[in-house]
Design a protein. Structure first.
Length: 323
């Protein structure tokens, strides 16, 4: 979350006039992430988040994201729920930009996940994959494997600026991923950004997920791979295999992986590291001056790429143990 677009008291009052949320009491910008402008909004009716959509989020895709969030809420999955105005509209406009108000989801994210947190996060991710069954809308993953090669073509100089020779290494990775990327795995709508700051806990148990603005149709196992990279690397760059096994076990407590999904996890995890390296590399120089946000270090994910290169079977766990 971040703030690129600020709004006046008058603009906020005009926006809220369409809702049954009472008068605004406070509005505070949230300076995290790199995608949209986000505010913690408190009104006479309670606490909410106001999001103004910027950058990668395309206006014509917002009905998918908001519809997905509404679907999840209606099917018992704990997530922030878009609030409809008196006319039933969830998508609004402020400063000429699309925006939405969503419910406040209680709980705490964790900065240093434990093995127990990883197990619970895996369970929550599986429950998400079950909850999306039947969702009628579809969105192509525009940050999926097919997009990585073209994305990197304009970023060679940026990569070399971080480490001489890195561009050639990334090109070799991309060629390998294009050759080995699996097809035909079970798929549906995935979160695609299931990082610790997007997952909430209460009393150590999974309590919900937020930030579905990268959600798209893709392989469920790719979502697991994204989560393994995000949750199971230690601050020193080492991979915590115990945490990874716990995450997969938590996931399989709700949705067992197929043999093909398990076999694909190593290349999917390598690819997931590539996806976040590339978008962070792009954002490093593209974040607007004055934004209340610091872009995330792309080299964190280059180091994860290096781990997957040196240990290509790192997340090849084999068949689950018999109960």
């Amino acid at each position: 979350m971040a703030v690129y677009t600020d709004i006046t008291d008058e603009e906020l009052a005009k926006l809220l006039a369409d809702f049954d949320l009472g008068a605004p009491l406070s509005l505070k910008g949230v300076a995290e992430g790199v995608e949209n402008s986000n505010f913690l909004l408190e009104t006479e009716a309670g606490r909410y988040f106001l999001t103004i959509y910027e950058k990668r989020v395309k206006a014509d895709e917002l009905p998918f994201f908001l519809g997905l969030m509404r679907w999840l809420a209606e099917h018992g999955y704990p997530s922030a729920t878009p609030i409809a105005d008196r006319r039933g509209e969830m998508l609004k406009t402020v400063r000429g930009k699309p925006c939405a108000i969503v419910s406040f989801l209680s709980g705490l994210s964790v900065r240093r996940p434990t093995v127990a947190h990883c197990r619970e996060a895996g369970r929550g991710l599986a429950e998400l994959h079950l909850a999306v069954a039947g969702f009628p809308m579809r969105r192509t993953n525009d940050l999926g494997q097919a997009a990585w090669g073209p994305m990197f073509q304009g970023l060679h100089a940026e990569a070399e600026g971080f480490k001489p020779g890195l561009a050639r290494t990334i090109e070799a990775d991309l060629a390998m991923l294009a050759e080995r990327w699996p097809n035909g795995l079970p798929e549906g709508v995935i979160h695609a950004d299931f990082f610790p700051d997007n997952v909430f806990f209460k009393a150590g148990e999974f309590a919900g997920a937020i930030d579905f603005y990268f959600a798209a149709n893709d392989a469920f196992a790719y979502d697991v791979a994204i989560a393994l990279n995000a949750w199971c690397f230690e601050p020193d760059g080492s991979f915590n295999i115990t945490a990874a096994r716990a995450m997969v076990a938590g996931y399989e407590s709700r949705r067992p992986l197929t043999g093909a999904e398990r076999d694909a996890l190593p290349v999917l995890a390598h690819g997931a590291a590539m996806r976040f390296f590339l978008t962070r590399l792009h954002d490093w120089h593209a974040t607007p001056a004055g934004a209340l946000v610091k872009p995330k270090d792309p080299m964190e994910y280059e180091r994860k790429l290096a781990v997957h290169r040196s240990s290509p079977d790192l997340v090849l766990f084999g068949a689950p143990a018999a109960p």
